[in-house]
Design a protein around this ligand. Structure first.
Ligand code: NDP
Length: 280
């Protein structure tokens, strides 16, 4: 099967620990567990080489099945999973990590993330220490966080001296997170955008429609291209084969400076997902 898998043109970014990550990946939040192996198999055939799952998505087994049956070597596919809020704390983190590997059917992952800081639980620093130990053990190549604010990032960095390689955050044209992205840039943290298409909603914006028409592209392609040009890692989700393919065709056009400026103006500052200060 590997012979008919197209060679991928996705650029790689180098993380602060020296490891590389593909800049475009495939997210599987809300992909039904029973459909996940098939959907991920289509993504891998299309050329995606990063799959983003989480313990909480209930579909790690399907991801593992698709990777195992893809004909690709393990090192050709970048696998991210995440630690759920109930599993914060040193011992629980270790157990949850083992359980994720078991479900994925893998000996290691490429990136392990703390899914939410869940500040009300008061254990994200201890949890970050546990992730540092997992990285030292070699069973996750990189470690990072998700939904962390500047304050949460500063606290884990101050406590351990270890800067997360990635912060995966809600980010799309209507919620651009400029301050947090600037902090990431200063500290060498890669920005990974979740709900990069605003769950499909931002694509209805007339400016995005205009830019899409000007380039002969779809609104989704314009939004994903904007992310890539900002330097974000981007992980769109779709269960629709034609959209999975459409979201991968981003490497043969470019948005101009003026077009990037027009998209910069679409920020409303309103998130669509939960507030990390309250969630978990
Ligand atoms: P997205 O912004 O990726 O949007 C997904 C929605 O857009 C789906 O309804 C999909 O429909 C639709 N869509 C996809 N492509 C197109 C297209 N080309 N044209 C029109 N509609 C399209 O939202 P997600 O919330 O899924 O985010 C992506 C990934 O980010 C997740 O899968 C997950 O991996 C990660 N994530 C992480 C979170 C975190 O807390 N760390 C939180 C949320 C997401 P359909 O599937 O029906 O084709």
């Amino acid at each position: 099967m590997s012979s008919n898998i197209q060679t991928t043109q996705v650029p790689a970014l180098t993380l602060n620990d020296g490891n590389e990550i593909p800049q475009l990946g495939f997210g599987v939040f809300q992909v039904p567990p029973a459909d996940t192996a098939g959907v991920v198999a289509h993504a891998l055939r299309t050329g995606y080489r990063l799959i983003d799952t989480a313990a909480a998505y209930g579909n790690e087994s399907g991801v593992g099945e698709a990777v195992a049956n893809s004909g690709l070597a393990r090192e050709e596919v970048y696998v991210t999973t995440k630690l759920w809020n109930d599993d914060h704390g040193r011992e629980r983190t270790r157990r949850a990590f083992e359980a994720s590997l078991e479900r994925l059917g893998l000996d290691d992952v490429d990136l392990y993330l703390i899914h939410w800081p869940a500040p009300g639980r008061g254990r994200y620093i201890e949890t970050w220490e546990a992730l540092c130990e997992l990285k030292d053990s070699g069973r996750t190549r990189s470690i990072g966080v998700s939904n962390f604010t500047v304050e949460h990032l500063e606290r884990v960095i101050d406590a351990t001296g270890v800067v997360p390689a990635v912060n995966q955050i809600e980010l799309h044209p209507e919620f651009q997170q400029r301050e947090l992205r600037e902090f990431h840039r200063e500290r060498g943290i890669a920005t990974e955008a979740w709900s990069p298409l605003g769950k499909g909603r931002v694509m209805e914006h007339p400016v995005i429609g205009e830019l899409a028409a000007a380039h002969g592209r779809t609104p989704a392609q314009v939004v994903l291209r904007w992310h890539l040009q900002l330097g974000n890692i981007v992980i769109p989700k779709s269960v629709t084969p034609s959209r999975i393919e459409e979201n991968f065709r981003l490497f043969d056009f470019e948005l101009g400076e003026e077009e990037m400026d027009r998209l910069a103006k679409l920020d409303t500052g309103r998130r669509i997902g939960p507030d990390p200060l309250r969630f978990g």
